[in-house]
Write a protein that binds this ligand. Structure first.
Ligand code: GTB
Length: 218
């Protein structure tokens, strides 16, 4: 049965692939699983039918048969567990790859999102100028630690895994800030992820959705 995911009808990121449907699309492309997309507006996301799938009224969601999931990390894990290519078979290696999935979505993503949110929503607040360097420093510390661990390896833990997929999507949220570029190995790592054919297909698909939404408005 072909899974159905939800995504923004018109993404506020204007097709930059920063919304959380992107890791889900990328994972599905990596394993060669065809999928359908149901596009939803902000209003539709808050309606009972969508909230039945995601109580927080957000995208992405994932439906396959009787299964309905939300949370991009849980969806990527489901895809990785059911298909070859995103998690090692051997138990310890598999646990380490899952550990990196959590590291991406918690330890790395938390300060990155806080930094990004402040830049968008607190710009006009009196505390903004004082708070921003602190938030940026928190991101820099985490990036430095990740950079040291990655060193000159291609991927975080041997072969490319769902851990790398999520880490690259989280690091991409810093695009345009110059933060990742302070660490050349992380910049190369992020570029390596983005150069994967599956990533490119996922990116082009979500970009096509955004372009279509603009054409409809014109
Ligand atoms: N933890 C959840 C997950 O990983 O699935 C987070 C899901 C989430 O944040 N969804 C957002 C959403 O539905 C879209 S992706 N928001 C609508 C709402 O809450 O009403 C987050 C996002 C949004 C916009 C940009 N952007 O414009 O750059 C980037 C990321």
């Amino acid at each position: 049965m072909i899974p159905i995911i939800t995504a923004f009808e018109a993404s506020p990121d204007r097709g930059r692939g920063l919304a959380r449907d992107m890791p889900v699309r990328w994972a599905l492309e990596e394993v060669g699983q065809p999928y359908d997309v149901r596009l939803v507006s902000f209003a539709r996301m808050k309606e009972p039918a969508h909230r039945a799938l995601n109580p927080f009224g957000q995208i992405p969601t994932y439906e396959q048969g009787d299964l309905g999931l939300f949370e991009s990390g849980a969806i990527v894990l489901r895809i990785a567990e059911r298909n070859a290519g995103l998690l090692p078979d051997e138990g310890d290696a598999r646990s380490r790859a899952i550990m990196w999935m959590f590291a991406a979505l918690t330890t790395m993503q938390a300060p990155i999102v806080e930094f990004g949110m402040a830049a968008i929503f607190e710009r006009d607040k009196p505390w903004y100028e004082e708070r921003l360097p602190m938030l940026r420093d928190r991101v820099r510390v985490r990036l430095g630690e990740l950079s040291e661990r990655l060193s000159d390896a291609e991927w975080l833990e041997g072969a490319f895994s769902a851990g790398d997929l999520l880490m690259v999507t989280v690091l991409r949220r810093l695009g345009g800030t110059g933060a990742v570029e302070e660490f050349p190995n992380l910049a190369a790592y992020t570029a390596r992820g983005g150069a994967r054919p599956a990533y490119k297909r996922a990116f082009e698909d979500q970009l096509a959705v955004f372009k279509a939404s603009q054409e409809q408005q014109a």
